[in-house]
Each structure stands twice: as structure tokens, then as C-alpha cells.
Ligand binder design. Sequence first.
Ligand code: GDP
Length: 434
Amino acid sequence: MPNIVIAGAQWGDEGKGKVVDLLSEKVQVVARYNGGHNAGHTVIINGERFVLHLIPSGILHPGILCVMGGGMVIDPWALEKEIAELRARGVDLGENLVVSDRAHVILPHHRALEAMAEEMRGERKIGTTLRGIGPAYEDKAGRRGLRMGDLLRPEHVAGKLAEARRNYELICRGAGRAPEVDWDALVVDLAGFGERLRPRIADVSLVLHREISRGYSILFEGAQATLLDLDHGTYPFVTSSSAAAGGVATGLGVPPTRVDGALGIAKAYTTRVGAGPLPSEIGGSLEEEIRERGAEFGASTGRPRRCGWFDAVVVKYAVRVNGFDSLCLTKLDVLDLLPEIKVCVAYRHGSETLSEFPADLSVLEACEPVYETLPGWGTPTVGVRSFTELPSAAQGYVERLSAMVGCEIGMVSTGPDRRDTLIRATSVLASWFE
Ligand code: GDP
């Protein structure tokens, strides 16, 4: 299989975990390039539910090398917890998990800073997960961060933390808060992590370069999604990393010339967690019904997700930014019983009709969705595994979305299980997976 990147085409939670897990069978390496333990991938295998926050879901396949890139930020407490939970459920990690020496470490002061920042935003809260992800990236950009590789030289850790500590204490003083970090105890804890994680910490660009030279295939896994990308998302209601496909190059040290293709994951409708505009938000009891049917509650936080109709303006934009060769449409089955289904095809902004996604949030906030209404199919599609077996209105829905966003829909997911997936024979995916 070629080296492909899988990224979310909307605001996340599109079901990337399941697709990455499914395609992991075809590759030797799965590498994650961004984010921290704010992600939550749910994978169901033979009825057993695994939720992974940090470790690529490829870990559930024995023998696959899983790589955590330098574009990630890693909370070593959370990492050890996830490793222990997987072990307790019989997943043998062996030497199959490698962590970048360049990934930045999330520390207790990052969580404290995030809580303060969200509190100060008041009404304009971003709705972050309060796990310290954003401030860890801020320390990285501010050149005062601590990296996983630093844990291997504990004698230098206290010195390397000095600037981050000064900055944190300065902010606390300004906010009239007492600093709440015990730095001496932290240095001791970090030395312990360095000791235990030593065999896993490596130069992942070199590891991946060698795997590619051997002819091994890599699946690049993005966390969050395009509309949450720091540069291309709905700023400032975004995450702090490069979630779109471009993050592969910076987040793993793999050159763009070694990425052969991109697969986007889009839900058959739209969801988003947290604040920020969602033009096609459904509202009322129908939204609640879809939320329940789709189990739209955060895998990491349990927060209810806001639900909207499929927004073709958003997905068309994601196709452009990521260069998707194909899309996997997930959760089609959630729409099974609706008599008709709306799709947002453009935005009305004052007297203008916008067909391209705007960068300016104040424009987006003022937009009214323009809908096209398509017929529902009214019969269950759960577990359908061939495109021609879908009801004709469901086939029509898929074809219409594909035409609107300008990209083939080569895969459709019709249920949470790995096996409830169909790949269309005519799609570019079929040639990738031969
Ligand atoms: P991710 O972060 O993009 O991996 O998405 P999540 O794991 O947060 O959310 C996807 C949820 O939808 C999980 O609970 C999956 O088991 C479930 N899921 C994935 N694909 C389908 C599908 O086609 N139909 C249904 N009903 N559920 C699905």
C-alpha cells in the first residue's frame, strides 16, 4: 500500500479511529503527527470497545510499529496510564511503540495556565479540554518547552524548566494567583518517566525514513480535524496543532514527497464540540434525536456534541486544503430513519451567496445556510457492505455529496464495527488496498 494520510474533514470525531484501525491491517507502520490526549479515538473490535487518546489505534494490531511524532505534545502521566490500560486488556506493546524525542512534554503548569485562560475568556470560552495541550504548544513556540528527549538527561531538566517556570509565575502574579506547582517533586517524577520510557524515545524521522527505505507502508494518522487546524480551521476556535494533512511533514519529519495520498474522513452529517460557529446546526428535538442515534458524546470528555446537517462548503474546503484523493463517509446509518435530509450547499451573507469557506469568523457567524433537501431512505443500512446493496436514495445521497465537494467517496461506514464498511470497487482506494 502507498503511504497515505488520514485526516478529519470536519470538526473532528468523524470516526477516524475506526478507519485507521481498519487500514492498519494493510500497513507496517502507523504514525500520529499532531495533538495530545485531547483526542479520543473509539475502536470497536469484536464488540469490545477501546478508547485511545494518545497512542495510535494501530497498536491494536500485533506487529505494527506505532509512532508518536514530534508534532504531538505528550503528558507522560497520561501516556503511562494508557500503556497500563492496554496491557491490562491484553494488548502487548512490546517494542512496537516509539515516541519522538522532539515531542513536547505537557506539565502540570500547562493545565493550570489553561484553566486560568479559559476562565478569563468568560463568555468567549473556547471549550478546550483543560488538559494543558494549548499552553504546552505555547511553551514550544515560546522556546521554553521541555521535550521528551530531555527526559533522558534528568540532570538538565531543572535548568530547562527554569524559563517556563519564570513565565508561569509571572502570569500567576499578574492574575493574583498563587503558583501551584511543586517543581522539585516534578523533576523527580520526570526522571522516573525518562527512565521507564527510555527504550521508546527515538528520532522518529530517522525511524520512518528507514521504514520507508525498506519498502514498508505507513499510515499517517491525524488527530482532531481540518476545521480545528491551527492555521486552516475556524480560528480562534481551533486546536493548537497542525491537524490537516500538511502536519505530516512538520509533525513527523517525513518530507511531503514521501506522502503518496490522502484519505479524508467525513461524517454523513456534521458535529462539533465546544464553542464556535456551526452554520448548519440543526437545533431542537431532531438534533437531540441525531445526537442519541449517533452517540454524539465526546470520547474523551463525555460532552454532548452539537449536530448539524452535512455542510458541503466545509468538506469542499477540507478537500482543497488536504488534497484528499478520496473520502470515507461515516455514520450513514445514523440518518436511516429520516424522511428527508438537508445538505448545506452555500452560505448566504447579506446579499451575497458564498460557495467558499470564509476565513473571517465574524463573516461565518453572520452566515445563513442555503440548503438542498434530499430524500431519506427509511430503511436500515447498518452493516451494509456493498455500495449496490444500499437503498437507492442512500446511494443518491452519497453521489450528491461527492459531486458537491468535488471528491470521490470511496468508502462508506455503516456501523461502529470494523467490518461495517464498504469500499467501492471503482475508487482510488480499491487500487491502494489491492
Ligand atoms: P474519531 O475521533 O474521529 O475517531 O471519532 P470518535 O471515535 O470520537 O467517534 C466515532 C464514534 O462513532 C465511535 O463511537 C465509533 O464507534 C462510532 N462510529 C464510527 N463509524 C460509525 C458508523 O459508521 N456508524 C455508527 N453508528 N457509528 C460509527
